[in-house]
Write a protein that binds this ligand. Structure first.
Ligand SMILES: N[C@@H](CCC(=O)N[C@@H](CS)C(=O)NCC(=O)O)C(=O)O
Length: 249
């Protein structure tokens, strides 16, 4: 394997998309520099100007020297947006970390799981939490995800993989956000969703989240207080302005 280059990740602790990438980096046990980007009103101007014109996170730079926060990465580095593309890139450059299984059938299964997360789970997450949709939207999507897990134990495709990195940042935030009972939800919707998720019907998904939460990669990357703080501000703003958020979270 060629020598590993420096990895720099632009991220924010509260956001699920960069959380995916951090989980994979921690699981691979490779060093990386993280440059924190404040989101929304506080987003630094230099980020769009010097780093990524769309100004979203995550953004990964592979190669080059250590970067100061407001410095432009060198053009001869690999620079990638999009959390799922970054996860695949990490699996490719870090083959010994087994971020994806070697078996083609299991790799395909991992990608199907990721696709279900990106389409069904994210749509339900937005529909329920941000657009005041019914609890069934969330419960049905979570049932779809649960159904794709191995029956009694193990991660999405057996051993831990980037399929788990894709899903678990959202699953962790769903529990946290339900406990907050956001003002954007329909009356009683939060309690109904929470009751369903805590019921035996979701025993397998509960075990899956618990097993992921117990991994050192989660301990190093999950900051529930930071997530709560940011989401509280966002929910209050949405409830006040009845603003439907852009298609990101
Ligand atoms: N599809 C992208 C979504 C990235 C995304 O929407 N990130 C949000 C934070 S969670 C963001 O940067 N929002 C700030 C903005 O759009 O101004 C991915 O998977 O990386």
């Amino acid at each position: 394997m060629s020598e590993l280059k420096r990895i720099t990740l632009y991220a924010a602790v509260e956001s699920p998309f960069p959380h995916r990438v951090r989980l994979a980096l921690e699981e691979a046990q490779v060093p990386y520099d993280m440059i924190s980007i404040s989101l929304y009103d506080d987003k630094p101007e230099w980020y769009a100007k010097k780093v990524y014109p769309e100004a979203k996170i995550p953004y990964l730079v592979y190669g080059g020297p250590k970067l100061k926060p407001d410095e432009a990465p060198s053009p001869d580095t690999v620079q990638l947006p999009e959390s799922l593309v970054i996860l695949e890139f990490l699996a490719d450059i870090l083959p010994s970390a087994n971020l994806l299984p070697a078996d083609p059938a299991l790799r395909a299964k991992a990608r199907l799981f990721i696709q279900a997360v990106e389409t069904k789970l994210l749509a339900a997450f937005r529909g329920f939490f941000f657009m005041g949709g019914s609890p069934d939207i969330l419960v049905n999507a979570l049932e779809d995800i649960q159904r794709m897990l191995p029956p009694s134990e193990g991660y999405a495709v057996g051993e831990w993989s980037i399929a788990d990195a894709a899903a678990v940042p959202f699953l962790m935030r769903i529990s946290t956000m339900l406990k907050m009972n956001p003002p954007t939800l329909q009356e009683g919707a939060g309690e109904r969703a929470l009751e369903a998720l805590r019921s035996p019907r979701f025993a397998r998904l509960q075990k899956y989240v618990h097993d992921n939460a117990a991994r050192p990669s989660m301990a190093k990357t999950w900051d529930e207080a930071a997530v709560e703080k940011l989401m509280k501000v966002r929910f209050e703003r949405m409830a006040k302005t009845k603003q439907v958020p852009a298609p990101h979270v």
